[in-house]
Write a protein of this length. Structure first.
Lengths: 248, 189, 189
């Protein structure tokens, strides 16, 4: 299949797949995965996309297609009920769902055309009436809110933002090759624990400046926990991990 | 009070406010219960069907709003300026339809369906006032839940969410059937 | 066109415009001469006298305007007097906490922290009198800086912002610096 010189712009991998299915007049329940994968790969190779984010989405789908292709070649997988599983099933469901919302979008567009022919009026409230509008009732509004609660909310918001950043990985600049031994790290963490007594796991990792250091520090923590020199606790899922030194 | 006078008052309220007014408020103002008030308004809506009336009353969830009839549009735009409306691209419409039908929905769910990052689209829809945050999901990370606004109903001439074209899950089943039929058809050819 | 339909169109025009509309313009829109148009409107004015109508049309010089009947005022006041239901939703609380602890802060920064557009939330907080403009940032575009109001401090019995747990003026200064640096950065890009 030749690729048109001017590539159509696709909103995403599903959009491109639907286009290929439509173009080839394929039964969505019986996608010839080899052929479609080939066409799909040809398309993304021809795509002149510099945006890595956009590209990675298309590549992820390519990986999925290749995975399905492999599974199609292997003996059929059987589920708990003893039925054969079609490796394409999940993709088919995703495509159908996406297709439905695309269709609904067109329905909405029709509605919008009608909606545009209707006009509204801005409020013309006479002054005499406006004077009666009650002020905001702050007592009611702030009823069970206090500064402590507000502070908690703030902390939660900021933590959510921190989580999005990935404090560890966002600090990786260049990875330099260097020797880090577990023995060195064991000494370091032990000393750190001796000074700080009770400290935050995240804080400790932040003192480490390379991936290798972080990994070895992590191993050191596990080792120290095993031999009972430190104790680790985490109050809630995704909560802060606290480390306490058990050495007097 | 006679029903005519009540109708006059309701008309005045809807006219003055311009915006949508909650049924509850109208009921309180005319000192009748909500059921009666709704009945009166529905009755008015029928009477507005007359050719000599240029407005109609629309019901949006639990509020009412007065607007012009579609038929008057071609004459109206000779005088009135159409409020500037942003164009909804296919991407935005697609995202909007997912939010409309799946609400309340998180960005992650939208992205799973579309297969692409959707921050830009969701943000634009929020900016246009068609979509809003309706709360947070009670799972770790507490992701924001999105839903459509009253402005969405107005803009798409939908009286309530139930009225969205084919909102139910049956639609999915229907699509599946269609796809099957299609495949069947091709087999037969 | 039948007279009824013309009346409907004129009604729609006067409704949408809200303001007074010149006879000349109305005549042009309905494609009739001014004399006929005036006659039609006068006829409409009579019909508006009915008890079931809440508006009336008034003539001013050479224009017409639709307005609420005086009799409806007491009911309109009842609507206005009904206390609005104010609720601090999750969205508002989050935004308020960010403004309280990061002030002075721009809308852009709030949006960066929350990950979504926050115009609505900020506007509501301003409407509630909890948040206000405290100045403008000295960068191109001069974005508005928001901070909490005195009323906010009173409500939370905080003497000054220093007393907010976990915030001090140094931090505020630092935040502002950061924000400025960022704005600078954006300029350079």
């Amino acid at each position: 299949m030749g690729i048109p010189v001017k590539l159509q712009v696709f909103e995403g991998p599903l959009d491109l797949l639907l286009y290929l299915i439509d173009k080839n007049k394929i039964d969505i329940y019986d996608i010839p995965i080899v052929e479609i994968t080939n066409q799909y790969m040809e398309y993304i190779r021809a795509m002149q996309e510099d945006d890595l984010d956009v590209m990675s989405e298309f590549l992820l789908m390519a990986a999925t297609l290749l995975d399905i292709k492999c599974r199609m070649l292997l003996p059929k997988e059987v589920n708990e009920e003893g039925e054969e599983e079609d490796p394409r099933q999940e993709l088919v469901e995703q495509l159908l769902q996406y297709k439905m919302y695309k269709f609904m979008a067109y329905e909405l567009k029709d509605r919008e055309i009608d909606g545009q022919k209707v006009m509204y009026k801005s409020p013309t409230i006479p002054k005499e009436v406006l004077e009666y509008a009650p002020p905001v009732n702050l007592d009611e509004l702030l009823a069970d809110l206090n500064l402590r609660k507000l502070n908690q909310i703030y902390k939660e918001v900021m933590r959510r933002q921190d989580d999005k950043l990935d404090p560890v990985r966002s600090k990786f600049g260049t990875i330099e090759k260097e020797e880090v031994t577990l023995t060195d790290k064991l000494t370091y963490v032990e000393e750190y624990a001796g000074i700080h007594r009770r400290f935050n796991f995240r804080k400790l990792l932040e003192t480490q400046h390379s991936k290798l250091h972080i990994v070895v520090t992590f191993l050191a923590i596990l080792e120290l926990m095993k031999i009972g020199k430190i104790q680790i606790e985490q109050e809630s899922t995704f909560g802060e991990i606290m480390i306490t030194s058990m050495v007097e | 009070m006679e029903i005519e006078k009540l109708q006059g008052i309701i008309e005045a309220i809807l006219f003055t406010m311009g915006d949508s007014v909650e049924l509850e408020k109208i009921a309180l103002a005319i000192e009748h219960d909500e059921k009666t008030t709704r009945k009166i308004i529905h009755n008015m809506m029928d009477r507005y069907n007359n050719a000599d009336r240029g407005m109609r009353i629309i019901e949006l969830e639990n509020s009412f709003q007065m607007c012009t009839k579609q038929e008057a549009y071609e004459y109206l735009i000779r005088i009135a300026k159409q409020p500037k409306k942003f164009v909804l691209t296919d991407v935005l419409l697609e995202t909007l339809s997912i939010i409309a039908y799946k609400q309340p929905v998180t960005k992650l769910e939208i992205e799973k369906i579309r297969g692409v990052k959707s921050d830009f689209a969701v943000n634009k829809l929020v900016e246009y006032g068609l979509v809003e945050e309706v709360g947070r999901m009670n799972v770790p990370g507490r992701p924001i839940l999105f839903g459509t606004t009253e402005e969405f109903l107005r803009r798409f001439s939908v009286q309530s969410l139930d009225e969205l074209p084919g909102i139910n899950q049956e639609q999915v089943a229907q699509f599946q059937e269609e796809a099957e039929d299609e495949a069947q058809l091709r087999l037969e050819i």
